[in-house]
Design a protein around this ligand. Structure first.
Ligand SMILES: Cc1cc2nc3c(=O)[nH]c(=O)nc-3n(C[C@H](O)[C@H](O)[C@H](O)COP(=O)(O)OP(=O)(O)OC[C@H]3O[C@@H](n4cnc5c(N)ncnc54)[C@H](O)[C@@H]3O)c2cc1C
Ligand code: SF4
Length: 509
């Protein structure tokens, strides 16, 4: 009689208490299944990296003498769904109990809770032992508060976990947040570090994926896949980031440049979201480095805020509003994604660069996701559900618990302001300020109307004019609506007409 312990592809936490000792009463099961690869179209790098990391994790368990059963995508025994595979594994191995770590995705949580009805044996879940906060923490924290702003939760987390705090409970450096210092344009200096991620030849897995007719998209040199697939590589990536890029992370966090696609970002999201490393060890190491080295507080605080603040808060939003959050569409936007979302073939240089890069690398940094692609999607009224599926498929780190609130909430304001205090949109001037994209663009960032006027400009005003009823009362948008009010009627009309021309020709702009 055995206890089956199910491990998911994003539960590669070798420090989990399950792995304290290798008791042979337990059978550790991992499976690569089409149900998981095909529910949305994924970037090939994402499928390859997850399978490679899962296989590596299984290999390490075997070396440590754990009893494992691993189903590759091409395994003849593989029935390609959790339920069908578990059914024969339970029977064949005389399993008397199933255990699983809480999945981070609502869809799987609901499925696993139903296990009890499928299998006539006890089923038990436990924590994945990865996050600082539990699923309910955010909801509990905001119960009696009017607005669910990340900043308040972040301060609470700083105090609770004693991160960057003084003994008298005041924030280190005299301020909670140094975001205002983190908005520099990058002009080639300081030199960005080289891409020091590992290299993997994943041809074998790629051949299996092709043979099994898994649907995928995106570009990949399968002999040279650059994502970490083990805990050791993930820790190495963290150390490299701390040694080279952290010092400039704060200053250039929002910068974009066509000569460098990652600048001073960490590339840690894949390692974190698959749980190969924990948020605690990332925060602890960064804090320790701050104490040992002469690092700027704005960089260290800015980075820690992303992990201890945003990442935990976003997860709490997901669990507070699921199910249902995925169908939010505050502005009733209905426009399908333009074809060039799948090719990057548009004359808008900012979008062409960000989308081609996403197709090539399965990665874009935060501001590219938010203020280029997401900004356009919202201004153009693209359907949030389609935008959500695009983000979920294309990015290496996209798992629904973190992707959905970022896309639907932060980027598309589709939840009506539950997460963001105002829509994250801008005209071309912001993109020009934070990047060099406009310099080599077909469109003129200064022009609002005319053939080569930048589409962001008229779409920006069209967005605020169209959604006046829903947004004008928002105090944070007072300046925008004052400007709109003062605009002369002819100019307003020209802008609206121009925006309609772009929207009509959206596939060809
Ligand atoms: C529309 C949109 C969709 C996004 N989808 C995802 C997603 O699917 N998965 C994902 O992990 N992040 C997502 N993000 C957040 C952020 O863009 C990525 O975490 C980041 O770009 C990953 O690259 P990095 O590891 O180099 O990050 P860095 O810039 O080096 O940041 C360090 C870490 O902070 C965390 N972090 C930063 N911002 C956020 C955030 N808003 N929410 C949660 N964690 C954050 C990540 O774990 C990241 O690894 C999204 C943001 C937007 C605007
Ligand atoms: S001019 Fe407009 S479309 Fe071109 S890069 Fe700048 S913001 Fe993007």
């Amino acid at each position: 009689m055995k206890i089956l312990r199910l491990i998911l592809g994003d539960q590669l936490n070798s420090n989990h208490s399950w792995f304290k000792d290798s008791d042979h009463d337990y059978l550790y099961v991992m499976m690569e299944i089409k149900d998981e690869t095909n529910y949305v179209k994924h970037h090939i790098q994402k499928i390859l990296a997850i399978f490679a990391a899962m296989r590596h994790f299984n290999h390490e368990l075997q070396i440590k003498n754990f009893n494992t059963l691993y189903l590759k995508i091409s395994d003849e025994r593989n029935k390609q769904t959790f339920i069908k595979n578990l059914a024969w594994i339970v029977e064949k191995n005389n399993v008397h109990k199933i255990e699983y770590q809480e999945p981070d995705e609502y869809r799987l949580d609901a499925l696993f809770q139903g296990f009890i009805n499928y299998f006539n044996i006890p089923v038990q879940s436990c924590s994945s032992e990865h996050f600082y906060a539990n699923r309910e923490s955010v909801k509990e924290f905001f119960t009696d508060k009017k607005q669910w702003r990340m900043e308040y939760f972040y301060r609470h987390m700083r105090k609770k976990h004693n991160v960057l705090m003084e003994p008298d409970s005041t924030p280190h450096g005299g301020k909670w947040n140094f975001d205002a210092d983190n908005r520099k344009f990058w002009n080639g200096e300081p030199k960005a570090a080289s891409d020091l991620r590992p290299h993997h030849n994943l041809e074998d897995i790629y051949d299996e994926i092709k043979k099994e007719k898994i649907i995928f998209f995106g570009n990949c040199d399968v002999k040279n896949v650059r994502w970490p697939i083990s805990r050791q590589e993930s820790l190495q990536l963290l150390d490299t980031f701390i040694a080279t890029n952290l010092v400039y992370f704060g200053d250039y966090q929002d910068a974009m440049h066509d000569q460098n696609w990652f600048l001073f970002h960490s590339f840690l999201s894949f390692a974190l979201n698959t749980k190969m490393i924990s948020p605690m060890e990332v925060v602890d190491k960064v804090q320790a480095a701050y104490q040992e080295k002469d690092l700027p507080i704005a960089s260290v605080e800015g980075f820690i805020r992303q992990i201890l603040g945003w990442r935990e808060y976003i997860r709490g939003i997901y669990w507070s509003f699921m199910p249902g959050y995925e169908s939010n569409n505050f502005f009733s936007h209905r426009r399908p994604l333009p074809d060039w979302f799948w090719s990057g073939e548009t004359r808008m240089n900012c979008l062409a660069t960000a989308i081609k890069q996403s197709l090539d690398q399965s990665y874009a940094h935060h501001i590219q996701r938010l203020m280029v692609v997401g900004n356009f999607a919202l201004l153009a009224g693209l359907k949030p559900e389609e935008v959500h599926h695009w983000y979920l498929g294309i990015y290496i780190d996209a798992f629904e618990w973190v992707e959905l609130p970022n896309t639907l909430g932060m980027s598309q304001y589709a939840d009506g302001g539950q997460l963001a205090s105002k829509p994250y949109v801008s005209s071309a001037s912001y993109i020009n300020k934070m990047s060099n994209y406009c310099k080599s663009c077909h469109y003129d960032f200064k022009k609002r109307v005319g053939d080569n006027a930048c589409p962001f400009n008229s779409l920006y005003w069209n967005f605020f004019a169209t959604h006046q009823d829903k947004l004008a009362k928002n105090q944070r948008l007072g300046i925008v609506y004052n400007q709109l009010k003062k605009m002369d009627t002819k100019q307003k009309q020209q802008l609206m007409e121009q925006s309609q021309i772009f929207l009509k020709n959206i596939n060809a702009i």
